[in-house]
Write a protein that binds this ligand. Structure first.
Ligand SMILES: [Zn+2]
Ligand SMILES: [Zn+2]
Ligand SMILES: [Zn+2]
Length: 374
């Protein structure tokens, strides 16, 4: 087995991502306070719902900040695979919280639809909603630009979240517009719509986090593509047991690479590293590849059922060569299908060693090679 992985993101990268997220959190903090306050004063349920939405966004910003702080720590003795799943667990927490928020918003809105409440104070609610739309759209533009510069998927997701927040404030505006046109129930309908939007987003986030936490495999097409890329290496005879799982933005892949049976350990290792390099280069999120090298006779040859295994080198020599081996002899052992072939490479002029008369069951053949005189 061997394992390789790509370099970690630079400190500069992490700092920039942090700055963008911090700014977003600050805007969310101000917006949530203003919207909840103004919504309560103006009796606009949709505005309060939007404010609660901003509050939950602030919470998810905090999770993102904590996750980039703790989730990006280098692997250590107690977490040898890294700490990225802290981020995933945080996402699950935020998703659960959002579902609760959405439920509360919907509950309130449904109650409001049944009894006509006090009139909405448009002069206060409307400007706040307009400011919210503008602030969120500006945040979208800013975050999207940073995400492109830093090539960060987390930031892209964050940017689109800002835009969906802008849309949610547009819905509030529409509801308030309805109130202005003499349809007061539109405020509650807008709140209900927001609750549905939040719940949908939360369920999607939560489902993805759970899928990752239980190590759900990537889609079949993706696994096939990875297998195909590995088999592109000419020295690879086949690939089996390819597995992949996700850890936040990283993908971890392990696979068995089938190679010609009599190549050396170092050549097998070299081939494995080439497979690993291609997977990491060809598949963006693939970051760590662990490979296992399997010797196979040909592409179609299936391995026999496992019987008792032949002995390792020292015990095998003791059994095969009762008088020992001559000095300076090089010996290659090929363990295939529960049997061993032995290649002996003798120095010029050295006579072949005495081989035991009791041929062991696991012995395929002994081939003796003599180095040519120079
Ligand atoms: Zn290696
Ligand atoms: Zn949001
Ligand atoms: Zn295997």
């Amino acid at each position: 087995m061997a394992s390789t992985h790509a370099p970690a993101p630079t400190a500069e990268h992490v700092r920039s991502a942090h700055r963008v997220t911090l700014l977003g959190a600050l805007v969310n903090l101000v917006l949530s306070l203003v919207k909840i306050g103004a919504g309560l004063l103006a009796q606009s349920q949709a505005l309060v719902a939007d404010g609660l939405h901003s509050l939950s966004d602030l919470l998810s910003d905090v999770v993102v900040l904590l996750a980039t702080r703790y989730g990006r720590q280098a692997p250590d003795a107690s977490h040898p695979y890294g700490h990225e799943r802290i981020e995933t667990f945080g996402t699950l927490l935020v998703a659960g919280l959002l579902v609760l928020v959405a439920g509360a918003i919907a509950w309130e809105a449904i109650g409001r639809l049944q009894v006509t409440g006090p009139p909405v104070l448009l002069a206060l609610a409307l400007p706040v909603a307009v400011v919210s739309v503008l602030a969120k759209e500006a945040l979208y533009q800013y975050t999207q630009r940073a995400a492109q510069r830093l090539r960060s998927d987390l930031l892209v997701a964050n940017a689109w979240h800002h835009r969906s927040d802008a849309i949610s404030s547009v819905i509030v505006l529409a509801g308030l517009g309805g109130v202005g046109l003499g349809l007061p129930w539109l405020d509650a309908v807008a709140a209900l719509l927001l609750g549905g939007m939040i719940a949908l987003m939360a369920l999607r986030l939560g489902a993805r986090a759970v899928a990752e936490l239980v190590d759900t495999a990537p889609p079949e097409v993706e696994r096939e593509a990875m297998r195909g890329a590995a088999e592109q290496v000419p020295e690879v005879r086949g690939v089996h047991d390819l597995r992949a799982r996700q850890m936040a933005g990283r993908r971890l892949v392990d696979l068995h690479v089938e190679v010609a049976p009599e190549i050396s350990v170092s050549e097998g290792h070299r081939i494995g590293h080439e497979v690993s390099r291609r997977l990491r280069r060809g598949f963006g999120p693939v970051d760590e590849v662990t490979f296992h090298i399997d010797p196979v006779a040909d592409r179609t040859g299936r391995r026999r059922a496992r019987g008792p295994q032949p002995p390792l080198r020292d015990a095998l020599f003791a059994e095969l060569f009762p008088d020992g081996l001559p000095q300076d002899v090089r010996c290659l052992l090929h363990y295939l299908d529960d049997r061993v072939s032995v290649d002996l490479l003798l120095p010029p002029g050295t006579p072949p060693p005495l081989v035991t008369a009791r041929r062991p069951e696991w012995l395929e053949e002994i081939r003796v090679w003599q180095r040519a005189e120079r």
